[in-house]
Design a protein around this ligand. Structure first.
Ligand SMILES: Cc1cc2nc3c(=O)[nH]c(=O)nc-3n(C[C@H](O)[C@H](O)[C@H](O)COP(=O)(O)O)c2cc1C
Ligand code: SF4
Ligand code: SF4
Length: 261
């Protein structure tokens, strides 16, 4: 089948999911439309048909996809539209995230033809998965994209493709609460960038060094976007969790691909 339009959709607080999704999209034919849904709300649906392809990427948050992304994700509706689902995680585990993404996408009228799970630098503990995706990852991401492209080109009708079997369980893992929240230091120039880009409005314009702990989801976007590196995680709990992560999750994990051919 011929793909005329390629829609990429992603939530990406610290831009690694965006990087992976863009690398996949770069190998695909068709007119490209990118939807960055980080901190975004949509008032109307975006409807696709069988000549479209959806590539959707989500980071793994506590073994799930970010709850904050779900209302926006449900605005993308398919009608016999093929979808490639992608999760990006920080070298611990992706638990039920890919399965959850599959279920959300299929409930919205898409047919999932392939899933890929890739590793990136951990956005809370950057020593874990440091500098990933690296060259080796990018080669595997490209190969995954080429396999998806070739599968679609060789398939006259996606209804003929068998269901893919993914890792994960239903009911999904219940995410624990994360008592880690970045805050600003004396280098803050009160430029307002983090205030504008925080997806949960957890930083007030009058007090950009502070963080509303009830609203913050620990996504680390404020750290990534601050032009003077004035926001960071800190405190005893963060240091202890960091040591535990380093001990438990430093061994390199490799991408996992789910595709039926
Ligand atoms: C709140 C939160 C929870 C996370 N939970 C997990 C997890 O369960 N497993 C894991 O391996 N990585 C986890 N990570 C790391 C992210 O999945 C990883 O850094 C991802 O690349 C972030 O994507 P982004 O750069 O698009 O924001 C978590 C990160 C955050 C911010
Ligand atoms: S304050 Fe919390 S929710 Fe807002 S960008 Fe920073 S880490 Fe994310
Ligand atoms: S982005 Fe950095 S410098 Fe700008 S207000 Fe936020 S913490 Fe301050």
């Amino acid at each position: 089948m011929e793909i005329k339009n390629l829609h990429t959709v992603y939530f990406s607080a610290t831009n690694t999911t965006r990087r992976v999704v863009r690398h996949i999209a770069a190998q695909m034919p068709g007119h490209k439309e990118e939807h960055n849904i980080t901190g975004v709300t949509l008032e109307t649906d975006i409807v696709m048909d069988s000549s479209d392809l959806l590539i959707v990427g989500m980071p793994v948050y506590s073994g799930r996809i970010p709850a904050i992304a779900l209302p926006v994700l449900s605005r993308f509706k398919g009608h016999d539209t093929p979808a490639v689902i992608v999760c990006v995680y920080g070298n611990r585990d992706y638990d039920d995230a890919l399965l959850e993404l599959n279920d959300v996408v299929e409930a919205n009228g898409f047919k999932v033809i392939a899933g890929g799970v890739f590793i990136a630098q951990h956005s809370i503990f950057p020593k874990i998965g440091f500098n990933r995706p690296d060259e080796k990852d990018l080669i595997l991401i490209k190969e995954f994209a080429e396999n998806c492209r070739d599968l679609l080109a060789a398939t006259p009708d996606i209804a003929l493709l068998p269901e893919i079997t993914l890792k994960g369980n239903r009911p999904y893992k219940v995410p624990g609460s994360l008592p880690l929240h970045p805050k600003g230091n004396k280098d803050c120039t009160e430029c307002g960038t983090c205030v504008k880009l925080c997806p949960t409005q957890a930083i007030a314009p009058e007090t950009p060094r502070k963080t509303d702990k009830d609203k913050c989801i620990a996504c680390a976007r404020c750290i990534t976007v601050c032009p003077v590196h004035a926001r960071q995680f800190g405190g005893v709990a963060y240091k202890m969790a960091g040591s535990m992560f380093l001990k438990s999750y430093s061994a390199r994990k490799e991408p996992t691909i789910f595709i039926n051919r």
